[in-house]
Design a protein around this ligand. Structure first.
Ligand SMILES: [Zn+2]
Length: 309
């Protein structure tokens, strides 16, 4: 289990994968399901920003609008006898923005969702993003169609099956032996934002190798004592963040790469407090893994993640 409690790593519904191969049963479940509507990167919500689950009949009504007519039925799973689906409309460029008046992004809704809703929304968004960008067969270029409750796509010509992909990315809480942490600043971030070091796993790499490579590339720091902290999906558009802490063996050599990272800082707890107070530093948003990692360090003085359990 995760050492860190991560906001997007939700206890979700039973995905009931065995039903994906039973289209008749899925069709029956759809009729009484609670259905999320995901369109143009946003979820349908009520006035109070709660997710607005639709009935099958309400989805039919929504589909009267040309922009929502086309899409995919995605089976999300079952919880306490209730089945959950998403209707993911493919329309991207609406000319009529009023259509999306009652829709919000996951980033906006993040803090307001229950664990169940978060799990459903994350699953919907991740798989809808994938469907959207895999409309054609990577082998022959002809159209693919959704199959098995939306869990894969099949080529309409050669029958080849295409499965959703998730891109692994590591994120690292770099510490020194004085229990300071090293944060970096990317040029593209909002002003004064600092965060942990992160990067995508390359083909042929283990997570631990990625941790060593990314942190060295971006900061010149070499690491030891790599410890797993937890993971959470990050469907913006298709990642999973795998979180580690590690100890720097050459803390005095920290230097930004000047490409991706423009500034780096070692921070003690006192320095962190002061920098936030004098507004020379802001932390990443609440929903992010990095924020939880930094808070975890801040609140657990002298207690290593691995020995806390
Ligand atoms: Zn094909």
């Amino acid at each position: 289990m995760n050492v860190l409690k991560l906001p997007l790593a939700s206890e979700a519904v039973d995905r009931a994968g065995e039903l994906r191969l039973k289209p008749d049963e899925l069709a029956k479940l759809w009729k009484s399901a609670r259905i999320l509507h995901f369109a143009s990167g946003k979820f349908r919500v009520k006035a109070n920003n709660e997710l607005d689950f639709q009935s099958a009949d309400q989805i039919l009504e929504l589909r009267d609008k040309a922009e929502f007519a086309q899409g995919e039925e995605l089976f999300l799973g079952i919880d306490n006898g209730t089945s959950y689906f998403a209707w993911c409309s493919d329309a991207e460029d609406f000319e009529c923005f009023e259509l999306l008046e009652n829709y919000q992004t996951l980033r906006t809704l993040g803090d307001h969702l229950s664990q169940l809703e978060m799990g459903l929304a994350i699953h919907s968004q991740a798989i809808a993003n994938w469907h959207h960008s895999h409309q054609f067969c990577a082998r022959c270029g002809l159209p693919t169609v959704s199959a098995n409750g939306g869990s894969l796509r099949k080529c309409s010509s050669d029958g080849s099956e295409h499965y959703p992909r998730t891109d692994g990315a590591v994120i690292v809480l770099v510490k020194d032996k004085k229990d300071r942490i090293l944060l970096g600043r990317q040029k593209v971030w909002p002003e004064r934002r600092f965060s942990c070091f992160a990067g995508f796993v390359e083909p042929g790499e283990s997570f631990e190798q990625t941790v060593l490579r990314e942190v060295f590339e971006e900061s010149g720091i070499k690491l030891e004592e790599i410890t797993y902290l937890g993971s959470q999906p990050w469907p913006f558009p298709a990642s999973i963040m795998i979180s580690f802490s590690a100890i720097a063996t050459n803390p005095d050599d920290a230097i930004p790469d000047g490409e991706e990272i423009e500034e780096i800082r070692w921070l003690s707890r006192d320095q962190m407090r002061e920098s936030i107070a004098d507004e020379s530093l802001t932390l990443p948003p609440n929903m992010s893994v990095a924020r939880k990692m930094i808070e975890f360090w801040y609140e657990n003085e002298g207690v290593d993640a691995s020995s806390k359990r």
